[in-house]
Ligand binder design. Structure first.
Ligand code: PRX
Length: 647
């Protein structure tokens, strides 16, 4: 890790919304008097009925309950669209850049208003009403944002499923939240390749037991798809028959806004539930201050709306702030590895927010791909999704940002709704690889395995001691799972699942997950999910999956597989298993390495000792720790001898 310090650049400090003194003062206020602080800052959005209560939260293990602004009412879509019409009707709300560089579109706030209203009426026409769950399985097209805001407008709860998930994964998510409606597109387009979204929805619907949702289909490519009578409707046809006015529903601050499924250490993905008021206050406030967003700037977050980053920092945060947000349909390497930098020049992007995995893959394409572009418009750079290694940080800073632009390394999670630990461009001196300091209202702490709070420079597990408005409220349909997952390990604290180090300056350095969650190219994956996909294959008896360090992806997926008696461990079978997992979960879950292992290290009670498997996958054979409790210590030697990339 690097200890070099990059001070706040003078020109940034001069115009910044928050400078060093302001950060110190506001942070102090936010922890000394959370009620007073958030009572003031909650007013940054428009309320229909103003709140009189601010914070009502309990981290008590026996009674976890999180409510913010609970007696206020509002509508999130009116906050993201209607309220800007007076001042910004003609300003670009969304700049959409297509997969093919010849395609782009600018959508003004006035146009966004009409589109969202129309979309909301199409949803209503299809029977959707307040409280219904609507699954969105869409590519990165403006309709994805319209659909989200349309749900918010009528008080329906959206559940976005990333287009890279398989029909099985999609079906599981539709079923879990009981969606009555699915919005999709005929096909997606990424890197010149078509993604069969509607065909996947058809396959998902075939797997549903009990109910069949209606399906609304946006035409993107015009590809050949099947429409099922009575179930499927084309969006463009439905939209012809509705008005472009739809009154926003008055929602309570604690009414749900969306569900987003995310992987945990055990079991199926959890439906993380976020509500309306606190989420929007937090997403908009962090967007403004973390990126030092000034009116009129062009802001680009390269995430997909299928992930929380897309929710908070492509759609809700920026639009609540009346910003211009760029939405990109494609991938960083199409038509070539200069695409990001060309888009920055084309649309004069001022603030650019991406993931370390993208940076690392573009570093490999050579500096010339970057330096042949101007990038003069850039002012602030951001990073999210996984720890950024100092080499990638330095390249991002030196080559992409021409040593002018601060990098905000933002640590947060699907569960946190918004950024929790981050530099602020005008206030925080940077250290490459450190997420630095907490945002207003956030009280991080480092604990040891027993939950003792450690002081000063130290290392341990990262917890948060008190609630912030953007925090998830529950796991959809399973509050007990919410409590067990986040509040049971260390009583009275929110446990993040991450490990971290705090240095002598109080800076936080996130070291990665300490549970059975792995982070592959910034995508979160539960090892248990990959294992259950593998054991569903008829030739597999048992599987154990761990993460291992991967140069480009951050972590790769390493699968130890025990075959059924009599099955041959061939290379063909490895390929078959990779294809199988892709089909079961989706391409993002593809195992990078599969090692056939006749036996797995187990305790005498039959528990697989993943610690050992992790070490072997990392090639650190010398400190395997105590193996004496293993039922058969001999398997460890076999596993090492057959370590995948040496075999
Ligand atoms: O391990 C942390 C890592 O990503 C996890 C959260 O993943 P997800 O819910 O998919 O949300 C990703 C986008 C917010 C965290 O538990 N992570 C995220 N940002 C960082 C990070 N690790 C280190 N540094 C970051 N800036």
């Amino acid at each position: 890790m690097s200890d070099t310090v990059f001070p706040v650049p003078a020109d940034i400090a001069e115009n910044a919304l928050i400078d060093k003194d302001a950060y110190r003062d506001l942070y102090q206020q936010s922890v000394d008097d959370p009620d007073g602080f958030w009572a003031r800052h909650g007013k940054r959005i428009d309320w229909i009925r103003p709140y009189t209560k601010v914070k009502n939260t309990s981290y008590d293990y026996h009674n976890v309950s999180i409510k913010w602004f609970e007696d206020g009412t509002l509508n999130v879509s009116a906050n993201c669209v209607d309220r800007h019409l007076e001042k910004r009707a003609g300003q670009a709300a969304i700049i959409w850049e297509g997969d093919d560089p010849s395609e782009h579109k600018v959508i003004t706030y006035q146009e966004l208003y009409a589109e969202v209203n129309r979309f909301a009426n199409v949803l209503r026409e299809a029977g959707a009403k307040k409280g219904d769950r609507i699954t969105l399985y869409l590519p990165m097209i403006p309709e994805a944002a319209y659909a989200m805001l349309a749900c918010a407008r009528i008080g329906a709860i959206h559940s976005i499923v990333f287009g890279g998930f398989s029909p099985d994964s999609l079906a599981g998510r539709i079923e879990d939240c009981g969606s009555t409606l699915v919005v999709t597109a005929d096909e997606g387009l990424r890197g010149g390749r078509k993604v069969p979204l509607k065909a996947n929805v058809d396959a998902a619907c075939d797997r549903l037991s009990g109910h069949e949702p209606k399906v609304i289909v946006v035409k993107r490519t015009g590809g050949d798809i099947k429409m099922k009578d009575g179930r499927d409707v084309w969006y463009h046809e439905a939209a012809e028959n509705v008005s472009d006015r739809c009154e926003p529903e008055e929602m309570s601050a604690e009414d749900p806004l969306f569900i987003l499924y995310t992987s945990g250490s055990t079991g199926k993905p959890k439906g993380v539930l976020h509500t309306s008021g606190g989420y929007l206050v937090y997403a908009s406030m962090t967007h403004q201050y973390v990126f030092d967003y000034h009116d009129g700037e062009v802001y680009w977050c390269t995430a997909d709306v299928g992930w929380v980053t897309g929710h908070s920092y492509i759609v809700y945060g920026p639009l609540a702030n009346g910003a211009t947000t760029l939405m990109f349909e494609g991938i960083p390497t199409y038509p070539d590895a200069s695409r990001f930098w060309q888009v920055i020049d084309k649309h004069k992007v001022n603030i650019f927010y991406t993931a370390p995995t993208a940076i690392r893959s573009l570093m490999g394409a050579g500096e010339e791909m970057v330096t042949k572009t101007s990038r003069k418009s850039l002012r602030v750079l951001g990073s999210v999704g996984e720890p950024i290694n100092p080499e990638a940080w330095m390249w991002y800073y030196n080559v992409v940002g021409d040593k002018r632009c601060p990098i905000v390394d933002t640590w947060w999670q699907t569960e946190t709704g918004g950024i929790l630990i981050t530099p602020l461009p005008g206030a925080t001196d940077l250290k490459p690889g450190s997420a630095t300091l907490p945002f207003f209202g956030v009280q991080p702490a480092v604990v040891d395995a027993e939950g003792n709070i450690l002081e000063g420079a130290t290392e341990g597990n990262l917890v948060i001691l008190d609630s912030w408005p953007g925090q998830m409220r529950t796991v959809y349909g399973d509050h007990d799972r919410f409590v067990q997952t986040y509040f049971a390990t260390y009583k009275g604290m929110y446990f993040s699942g991450d490990g971290c180090r705090r240095d002598a300056d109080g800076y936080y350095w996130i070291t990665g997950r300490v549970d059975d969650v792995i982070n592959v190219s910034g995508h979160r994956m539960g090892t248990a999910e990959v294992e259950s996909a593998l054991v569903a294959h008829p030739k597999v008896a048992e599987a154990a999956v761990v993460g291992y360090p991967h140069d480009l992806k951050g972590q790769g997926i390493y699968a130890y597989v025990t075959l059924m008696e009599g099955e041959e461990p061939t290379d063909e079978l490895k390929k078959e298993l990779v294809t199988w997992v892709r089909k079961e979960i989706g391409p993002i879950a593809s195992p990078d390495l599969i090692q056939f292992s006749p036996g797995l290290p187990k305790t005498r009670s039959g528990k697989i000792m993943r610690r050992i498997l992790r070490k072997i996958a990392e090639d650190s054979f010398d400190n395997l720790g105590d193996t004496s409790t293993l039922a058969d210590p001999g398997v460890v030697g076999d596993l090492i001898d057959n370590r995948q990339n040496r075999a």
